[in-house]
Design a protein around this ligand. Structure first.
Ligand SMILES: *[C@@H]1O[C@H](CO)[C@@H](O)[C@H](O)[C@H]1NC(C)=O
Ligand SMILES: *[C@@H]1O[C@H](CO)[C@@H](O)[C@H](O)[C@H]1NC(C)=O
Length: 441
């Protein structure tokens, strides 16, 4: 009996000791993460470029990186709080300790299966999230008699925001909450749940400009609702590079002759700036037909490719400007997708993937590697990945990124590294442009 008791006490001591070690570990991790996120990490990796020439979507990137960092911190603090309360229980009520631990374990299990979360949902969110029972006889392809509508895995971490997003009158007009929805997407709640409401239509809508004139035409202001943006018309967007210094994609709405957008990818400098024609010339004529531009700004890459008979889908977010609407008004395909999203294409289906400025060293290494493998996945054998002005530090180029591209398994067709000179040589800032090929075997 005594022996049993002391064995039990020893077990409890061991448990609380383990918990203490866990807490110390978490404190160290949290402190390190905070130090990284609030000092070196974010300020070194997330840059606000002053240069106009190649400065695109800095703000998108900032917002994205900051929200990601904040989420990581919140998660760590969550875990720390959980571990802390567990330890308090263990130390304070030794007798109940094992029971509490079992209860916590069970709760963890429930959380892991999302049961608790789904049980808490009500109304429209609950309906949207499902599951939905299938009729008998429709289950053979699914291996289940229930359908779960797709929803970003992190949505369950923001139940209140999700509820707010799903708070509308079914069958009525959607709330004017475009930016709110996008922020949820950036926190990993992507895809968002579907809604049963209609976004407000603009007043005085007119038919779009026909192709090919639409490729280089400014759309009518009445083609969209401007609520979510600082600019309230297209001529404001056209000039916003001149109006304010802090916009991302400064000049990319300016399609006028003499503007930067009009000359992009037309000439090849033999170094970082490749021309579309030089890239297409590396493949047999006409074999580059369909592809993707990741984070393609206002769609100019797709416009130039279309002029050469190539169909490009452009992914973009609408950060304080109607990027998706603008691309679409040019008669080009836009896709509202963050860079964290798995590419919605089947394996081996695209001839070319292009990305300028969006993929850079602000993306955590592991996430970037997953992204690169995803690009490799959707390219067909012999398909091209044109990495355009990838930004990093000189010290990272040969130690981190070159080995990463090798690991993913691309062949180098062309590879140009060059210093980014506008802030001086001592900043050790580099660009990499590369034409990479998915091997045929
Ligand atoms: C466009 O909007 C800006 C402010 O956003 C305003 O100053 C300007 O007058 C507007 N221009 C036209 C043509 O409506
Ligand atoms: C990276 O390695 C190449 C040779 O493989 C070398 O020429 C280049 O200077 C290196 N770059 C940096 C930034 O160290």
């Amino acid at each position: 009996m005594d022996c049993d008791k002391s064995k039990k006490r020893r077990d409890q001591q061991r448990k609380s000791c383990r918990a203490k070690v866990l807490v110390i570990f978490l404190v160290v991790v949290t402190a390190t993460a905070s130090a990284f996120l609030f000092s070196g990490g974010s300020s070194a990796n997330v840059r606000v470029w002053k240069s106009g020439v190649l400065s695109i979507r800095d703000r998108n990137i900032m917002q994205y990186a900051l929200s990601a960092s904040h989420d990581e911190l919140v998660q760590l603090q969550d875990r720390l709080a959980k571990a802390n309360s567990l330890v308090e229980t263990l130390l304070g009520k030794q007798a109940d300790a094992s029971e509490v631990a079992t209860g916590a374990e069970e709760e963890q299990k429930l959380l892991a299966t999302d049961e608790l979360w789904r049980r808490r949902l009500t109304g429209e969110v609950k309906l949207a999230v499902g599951p939905h029972k299938l009729p008998l006889g429709f289950t053979h392809n699914l291996g289940s008699d229930e359908l779960f509508p797709t929803l970003g895995q992190a949505c369950h971490r923001f139940p209140e925001e999700l509820e707010k997003y799903m708070n509308y009158e079914p069958g009525g007009e959607c709330p004017s909450d475009e930016s709110f929805g996008q922020r949820l997407m950036l926190k990993g709640c992507e895809p968002l749940p579907r809604r049963r409401c209609r976004p407000r239509s603009p007043k005085g809508y007119v038919d779009p400009t026909p192709l090919p004139a639409s490729l280089w035409a400014l759309p009518p202001d009445t083609s969209i609702v401007w609520d979510a943006y600082t600019c309230k018309n297209y001529s404001c967007l056209e000039n916003r590079g001149k109006i304010s210094g802090h916009y991302d994609c400064k000049d990319c709405f300016d399609l006028r002759a003499g503007g930067r957008e009009k000359v992009r990818w037309l000439s090849d400098d033999g170094a970082l700036a490749y021309s579309i024609d030089a890239v297409l010339a590396t493949r047999p004529t006409g074999t580059v037909r369909i592809g993707l531009d990741i984070g393609g700004g206002s769609g100019t890459f797709a416009a130039r490719m279309r002029e050469r008979g190539v169909t490009i889908v452009t992914t973009s977010m609408n950060f304080d400007a109607p990027f998706n609407n603008f691309i679409a008004s040019r008669g080009l395909l836009s896709m509202h997708l963050s860079v964290a999203h798995r590419l919605p294409f089947f394996d081996g289906t695209l001839d070319v993937v292009h990305s300028m400025h969006v993929l850079s060293n602000w993306i955590p290494d592991a996430m970037l590697e997953f992204t690169l493998f995803d690009i490799h996945r959707v390219l067909r054998p012999g398909g091209l990945f044109w990495l355009d002005h990838f930004f990093c530090l000189g010290t990272q180029m040969n130690t981190t990124y070159a080995p990463m591209f090798d690991r993913v398994g691309f062949n180098k067709v062309r590879w140009n590294a060059g210093r980014k000179m506008d802030r001086g040589i001592e900043m050790d800032e580099w660009y990499l442009s590369a034409l990479l090929e998915k091997p045929k075997t």
